[in-house]
Design a protein around this ligand. Sequence first.
Ligand code: NCD
Length: 352
Amino acid sequence: MTEYFELEWQKFQKTSEEAKLAFFQKEGRIFDILFARQFERKQLDFLSNLATKIRLVAKRKEGADYLRRLLTHKKAMLYFVQPSTRTYLSFLNACHILGIKTSDIRDTFTSSEIKGESSYDTIRTFSSYVDVIISRHPEKDFNQKAAWLLNSTDRPIPVVNAGSGKDEHPTQALLDIYTLHRSFEHRGGIDGKVITMVGDLKRGRTIRSLSFLMKEYKNMKLYFIAPKHLMIEEDLRSFLKKSRIEFYETDNFASVIAQSDAIYMTRIQDEHDNDKEKTQSSYDDFSFTYEHLSILKKDAVIMHPLPRRNEIDVRVDSDERAVYWRQERNGMWIRAALLAYIFHVEKSILDV
Ligand code: NCD
């Protein structure tokens, strides 16, 4: 990026959180989907209900055909320059459910960046051809910077953050909320539930985004379970305090299983390891074992953003409280709902 843009960007970064939230909105709606804190309860409930409607309508051929005709004039760019299976496939299929055409780049070696083009010029080029950019990038600020940059061009198309380094994964948080919403539908909803998050809480972006959304629910109780060196970061801790969310941090997983309504397991993000963080070779204490099933509440749920390594015993998969495979599929429905919202066709779906 040229020096000019860099200076302007630094100025923008110094603005308040409220100013940033406002910047990424248009006509009272969220325009760029960049961080979980952009969402309020009414949008979370709305998107969950819209996802369910899409899921039900798509079951029948006439319904699926109807949905597929809604956005045939729109095109999406899937720019995924960090490994992805689920997020990529669920966005791709979500686009196709609504008839959105897709292109993708999954490796910077196959784009002109290898010739020295800046990522920002690359992003601007995408905007010449498509109507939305869905982007996963290893740098924390890349997606936000891309959205900010496009806003000052003659084609300010929305940017959707499909994962930004260790920082945020807002659409994963939406699918996690949708999974919780479905799981607790007949148990008074998400409010008042006890949610336990386990594993690499320091570098797991799904944990961060989901925790930020907890501000929208009443009387939540959160347990964060991690080895000390992988515990949540200070910024999240102060956010939770400021938002008056009840939370506890411990490395004793077994002690909280019986009280939890949802257990959210995550893998150790060792691609970020450096010598300082590589202080522990076994994470067995942060795994959900087959034996744990006997102390888990009858109506609790076990979640995982996936991919998993060995932090959940595969024998747990067949227990009806293990919802991670459904959670993965929920990602496609909520992302279809999000795209319908972005392109203003939600009414055409709800009215079916
Ligand atoms: C997560 C991610 O990419 O952050 N995966 C996903 O999108 N479902 C979690 C992970 O990689 O551990």
